[in-house]
Write a protein that binds this ligand. Structure first.
Ligand code: ZN
Length: 347
């Protein structure tokens, strides 16, 4: 809207409007909007030397202070913060189509140096944008640009576009998709803060790196105390009562709530990435990212065949259970209230 207003001023007042844009040159979305309208409305072409001069001048100045990060706070700089705050999707600072139109305009005007500069600048900015803006701004931009390149019989991952695709995909995979959660290697949990005999036994179990299930046969009042201590701790344990014994037995099982959540969320992001990679050309990107070990490590584990990352994050059977295993440790007659952790067949 503001960009169109500036354009109208340019048409009616002449160069004073250019000064207005220059005085707001650090507001990249505004300047991009202006340049796009300028190019569209005035039909910038080789016969309009003065207009091209203005266009190039503004473009160069904009690239010096180019910024696609949102003006409003907070900007989600990492997927961890984004997940913690459950931020909703939002409109990106610049529409993908605007970026594409601007690059195409530069190419059509044979502004080789300016096109290179603009493309490089966008690639650099990819490492700083809000992580929500990859899917709504830079990835659709790359998709549009791929079509543009194909229309001109160019490879979208060669020449001046090579660094752009490499930079955006590297930033997207490292900052948004992130490393695949590692397998749980220890079942050790924080102890409860009580030194009574029952809690000492409980803590021995909680601290143990491989025991997943513990059975404590004590009377109701002592079970209630253990119940309260477990629920007020960060041990992520599920407990239930086996009423087939006298006294009844409290059966405590270590869960993997955080690990399963992280694995599920990573899997969801990896599937989104898989769809984008397919649209942008998997084979080309594979070659492009070979020289970047961190990005390559993420790229290579994207689940193309729908492997279950959650199962993979859980411990291997040999490490995860005490005695005969979790399934056998919960006796018959005990009602299973929560999920049963599958520790078998995870390969
Ligand atoms: Zn206690």
């Amino acid at each position: 809207m503001l960009a169109r207003l500036a354009l109208k001023l340019l048409l009616t007042l002449g160069h004073s409007a250019v000064d207005l844009v220059k005085s707001n040159i650090e507001i990249t979305p505004f300047v991009i909007g202006f340049l796009r309208s300028f190019q569209h409305e005035l039909r910038v072409s080789a016969t309009h030397a003065d207009q091209i001069k203005i266009f190039v001048d503004l473009l160069r100045q904009m690239c010096c202070v180019f910024r696609l990060q949102p003006a409003s706070k907070p900007a989600y700089q990492s997927i961890t913060i984004f997940q913690k705050e459950s931020a909703a999707p939002r409109r990106p600072p610049v529409e993908a189509q605007c970026l594409n139109t601007l690059v195409v305009a530069c190419m059509e005007l044979n502004l080789t140096e300016e096109t290179n500069n603009l493309v490089e600048t966008i690639g650099r900015e990819a490492r700083l944008i809000d992580v929500r803006d990859y899917a709504t701004m830079l990835l659709p931009f790359l998709q549009n640009l791929k079509s543009t390149a194909e229309d001109r019989s160019l490879s979208h991952t060669d020449g001046m576009f090579r660094n752009l695709y490499g930079s955006v995909m590297s930033a997207y995979l490292c900052r948004y998709v992130g490393k695949k959660p590692g397998r749980v290697t220890s079942l050790s949990r924080p102890p409860v803060h009580c030194s009574c005999m029952d809690c000492s036994r409980l803590n021995t179990f909680l601290r143990h790196s491989t025991h997943q299930v513990e059975r404590i046969a004590v009377a109701k009042a002592r079970r209630h105390h253990l119940h309260k201590m477990i629920d007020s701790s960060r041990s992520d344990c599920f407990h239930e009562t086996d009423r087939s014994t006298n006294p009844n037995t409290m059966v405590i099982t270590k869960r993997f709530t955080a690990e399963m959540k992280a694995a599920n969320e990573w899997e969801k992001r990896a599937k989104e990435a898989r769809d984008w990679i397919a649209k942008l050309g998997r084979a080309e990107l594979d070659q492009l990212l070979l020289d970047d070990p961190e990005t390559c490590a993420i790229f290579q584990v994207i689940p193309w065949s729908g492997k279950n990352a959650m199962k993979q994050a859980l411990p291997r059977p040999a490490q995860g259970v005490s005695g005969a295993g979790a399934a056998e440790a919960i006796p018959r007659g005990v009602k299973r209230k929560l999920e049963i952790i599958d520790l078998t067949g995870d390969s």
